[in-house]
Write a new protein. Structure first.
Length: 284
């Protein structure tokens, strides 16, 4: 299934959930109605802004917002919204950092405590056992998918149709391009570009558009991109480098070095990211 169809299905589900919560508000108490409308607004905004992207939420753990809204809904009217506790099983399926998992687990536990007085002892014990089992299963499955996806990204393009590759591919390509440059008398250089985190994917796409089809762009981490430029001469390479870097969305910091000067036996991705000034000189 193509990703665009998955996005359409997810958007449809978010819109449907927003409609259901909106229909629930007329008979809700004032506090519960306020939280319901906040949830409806969040679902609508998320659905409208949702788009196919390879961005990953590595900044603020937004998954905590979903758990927080669920907790508020249940606390505001536990006798009315108790069924929503099962949504925590879906929240656990979201890829998230340990701090978000801990927060959502705590929110689910507090929700269970709020619902417990309305249930008999066998019922709330069964609810706790079932919800815990579903949560552990969801987290375990999500971790498997994250590991599989990480392994795939290390050997495939990060964006279909564009020459954007994972950093691990760079180390493999450098040796091949160094041999080819020496054999065919081609001038090649490595350009390391530092961007702000929110600029990364727009800059990567722009670099892919500005480089030739036989040249590659590599993502080292959330703020570092690398280009392997091939030119007929150092002068042409310098001209191309300046044109490409000047065309990026905003001013960026970049370093460069001829590929033949790179010592591949000791080069690591960490060196490329943390000490480019020592390895690659300075901006022209």
């Amino acid at each position: 299934m193509q990703s665009k169809y998955k996005i359409r299905l997810l958007r449809t589900n978010l819109l449907a959930a927003a409609v259901v919560l909106a229909l629930w508000t007329p008979t809700a108490p004032p506090a519960a109605a306020l939280v319901l409308w906040l949830s409806v607004g969040w679902l609508l905004i998320t659905a409208l802004l949702l788009d196919f992207s390879h961005r990953r939420a590595r900044g603020l753990p937004w998954q905590m917002l979903a758990g927080g809204l669920l907790l508020c809904l249940i606390v505001s009217a536990p006798e009315r919204h108790s069924i929503l506790i099962w949504v925590f099983a879906a929240v656990y399926m979201l890829p998230q950092r340990p701090v978000a998992i801990a927060f959502n687990a705590s929110a689910a536990l507090l929700s269970w405590i709020m619902i417990a007085p309305f249930l008999s002892k066998p019922e709330w014990l069964l609810l706790l056992t079932t919800l815990t089992a579903l949560g552990l299963l969801a987290v375990s499955k999500t971790r498997q998918l994250i590991d599989i996806n990480g392994a795939i990204q290390q050997r495939l393009r990060l964006i279909p149709g564009l020459n954007l590759w994972a950093g691990e591919q760079l180390l493999r390509d450098l040796a091949r391009e160094q041999i080819r440059s020496e054999r065919e008398a081609i001038y090649a250089e490595v350009v390391v570009i530092h961007v702000k985190r929110h600029q990364l994917w727009a800059s990567a796409q722009k670099l892919c558009e500005l480089t030739y089809a036989f040249e590659n762009v590599y993502r080292l981490n959330g703020t570092t991109l690398v280009i392997l430029l091939l030119s007929r001469s150092p002068k042409e390479g310098a001209q191309r480098r300046r044109l490409i870097c000047n065309a990026l969305p905003e001013k960026v910091l970049y370093y460069h070095t001829p590929l033949m000067d790179v010592e591949l036996s000791t080069l690591t991705l960490e060196m490329l990211h943390t000490s480019p000034a020592k390895t690659f000189g300075s901006m022209p």
